[in-house]
Design a protein around this ligand. Structure first.
Ligand code: PHE
Length: 339
């Protein structure tokens, strides 16, 4: 009898149940009242006590296995064929909507304004060489910006993480597809202490125009238009004389504080003005470095920090919030993502 049980176990395991009909067949053969297992239980009664215990155990195991298989397929076919496929009373799964990062929101605004003025968008590598980041831009060899304190150099010190997007200016000018009218957004790196106001990486948008007869007035006009589009029509600009190795003349641009309207508040440190970018006319030597004839062509460039502008626009007081991915911070920009 033990052999019979064993061969039945294999038979049950191998029995292929593919639909309701084969399931019914399975029940008839094995688990129903007239099935073989019931018959075997009848036969068990005839055995003498010594065998009963052992064979009874195997038989129970066989029964358990057959019933388990039957139940599995029973449920499977019920779900597939006889139950309602959908439970319309179930509560739905709410998908929480994401939002754009505030830096992306500002960048999109900036891109939109400049594309409307006919600027194209260009990009360059974040790992730069000394030529594009410094030398072509007239940085003297002893310039402090080249210092280890400011720049992240790679193992080969000829390569570095770009410290500004002005390196892309050089790349564009070297291509010599003149005239140029482009903005260049991207991430930049500086070996600075991370505080509420400064970070070791941040984002800039560089602007570059090279053409015949480009003047300082063009630069000023373009920036004024940009600022009024971004911060509001009443915003005024002020150009303060400054110094950059690659521009001559150079200036820093302040705008009237759009938070207090120029009356003085904590954002503008009660001066009524906030600084937003650096700019200037391209130094003729930089044009020469890029094989452009300064007798024929002139140009202007500007560079602005996206974090700084974003912080001003949204009154954010700590730059570190920008890269912490704290959902409580990010979800506040949901509304702005839509515009
Ligand atoms: N590259 C300068 C900076 O990082 C900004 C700048 C760009 C100034 C273009 C003038 C012209 O501060």
């Amino acid at each position: 009898m033990q052999d019979k049980i064993l061969s039945l176990l294999t038979e049950i395991n191998d029995f292929e149940i593919i639909n309701k009909e084969t399931l019914e067949q399975f029940k008839r053969n094995y688990t129903s009242k007239k099935g073989i297992i019931t018959t075997l239980f009848e036969e068990l009664k005839q055995l003498d006590k010594s065998e009963k215990a052992l064979i009874g155990k195997s038989l129970n195991e066989l029964k358990r296995r057959a019933e388990e298989k039957e139940r599995y397929y029973q449920e499977k076919f019920e779900t597939n064929y006889s139950r309602e496929p959908y439970d319309l009373t179930l509560k739905g799964i709410t998908q929480s909507e994401g939002s754009r990062h505030p830096i992306q929101i500002t960048l999109h605004k900036i891109i939109k304004i400049f594309s409307e003025m006919g600027f194209q968008i260009a990009e360059g590598p974040e790992i730069e060489d000394d030529w594009h980041n410094f030398t072509a831009l007239n940085f003297p060899h002893n310039h402090p910006a080249r210092d280890m304190q400011d720049t992240f150099f790679l193992e080969n010190p000829n390569y570095l993480l770009r410290t500004h997007t002005s390196s892309v200016q050089v790349r564009l000018m070297e291509k010599k597809e003149l005239p140029i009218r482009a903005i260049m957004p991207g991430r930049v790196y500086r070996n600075e202490e991370i505080t509420a106001r400064s970070h070791c990486f941040f984002h800039q948008v560089e602007g570059l125009v090279v053409d015949k007869k480009v003047s300082y007035a063009d630069l000023k006009q373009t920036l004024e238009w940009f600022v009024q589009k971004l911060f509001g029509r009443d915003t005024k600009i002020r150009l303060r004389s400054s110094y950059f190795p690659f521009t001559e003349i150079s200036a820093e641009v302040d705008i009237t504080c759009f938070i207090c309207g120029g009356n003085g508040c904590s954002v503008c440190k009660h001066s009524g003005w906030v600084e937003i970018l650096g700019c200037g006319m391209i130094d003729p030597q930089v044009l020469i470095n890029c094989n452009i004839d300064p007798e024929q062509y002139s140009g202007y460039a500007f560079g602005l920090g996206i974090e700084r502008i974003t912080m001003l626009l949204h009154k954010i007081t700590d730059i570190r919030l920008m890269d912490q991915n704290d959902i409580r911070f990010l979800k506040q920009f949901h509304y702005f993502s839509l515009s």
